[in-house]
Design a protein around this ligand. Sequence first.
Ligand SMILES: *Cc1c(COP(=O)(O)O)cnc(C)c1O
Length: 383
Amino acid sequence: MKKIQMVDLGGQYQKIKSEIGSSINEILESSAFINGPIVKEFQLNLENYLGVNHVIPCANGTDALQVAMMGLGLKPGDEVITADFTFASTVEVIALLGLTPVLIDVCPNLFTINVEEIEKAITARTKAIVPVHLFGHCANMEAIMNIAEKYKLFVIEDCAQSMGAEYLFSNGKKLKCGNIGHVSATSFFPSKNLGCYGDGGAIFTNDDELAYKMRGIVNHGMYKRYHHDVVGVNSRLDSIQAAVLNAKLPHLDNYNRARQIAANKYSERLKDISLLILPDVRYHNSDNSESYNCHVFHQYTIRLVGGDRDNLVKYLNSKDIPCGVYYPIPLHKQKAYSDERYDESNFKITNQISDEVFSLPMHTELSDDQIDYITDNIRNYFS
Ligand SMILES: *Cc1c(COP(=O)(O)O)cnc(C)c1O
């Protein structure tokens, strides 16, 4: 059996080596390293894939979130609501821009922002909601868009972990995540569902005016060469990364399918262990009528309830099974983001699940014997 890795980028590369090689070689031959035609080509391909009017490539997912907030014209003092249980990027850019982060609790099984808590957190200063489609599962976008409309708020989707996931509305309409909110941000960090071989990111929107604004912001606030109309940033997707992404985009649906198949196998083999809460793949409509699997499993994350998570992780590591803990500390408890405004009783779920969660190896190259080995060891631990 091949050595198990948390993410097997090498195995994936071996299968698309020639496509990647010729795609990168074209860049080397052309010397168009920055803003070459391939960046535009990838932009158009991704617009087409997502069904979104505008894709603005940029340097990484954190910049994408920042540029989205700058493009929306958010100003110091404006409050932005986001989930307490996620990677720090979102709250980091909110703080960098002098905005006020308002962290709220998440749903215990889906790990995405708790819609009921959003409405309670809205004040006269609230300007935006940032739902994170954590671990590859879409947040409850229908409810979030309804709240946003009612209170005239912007919705910025964080799609860094959910590229390719689809969301089903109660009227039967399906949209790719990233094509639902007013503006969306994603990351092409190598281990993401659509990853390049370095840093990369992009912003999506259907709003022509906002797209125009953000294209200038990523380019030093320039709309005409050497005319700086607004304060911008320098955030570019380089041509070599665009070449990698262009070669990988046509495989994205198959990659996500491979993740779903691996996740189903994990779930099948672990479902009778009573201390484990396995990922909930259903999405319930607001009237609870229908459920839909839109999970693209950036991570396969389990909760160990009433056990010692760190001990289990240690045991699995001793069997050469890597495990991740995403995320061990809720954002409101991080030194940089703690604030006396926060009341611990509002973070019951994030406080609990940050002690319970662990993620199994998840990538496109997991084999049946690896999944058997991993799940057999987990079963042994509990037997
Ligand atoms: C990876 C990630 C980001 C940041 O992306 P970078 O490209 O690393 O800046 C933002 N949000 C979430 C949820 C992520 O997982």
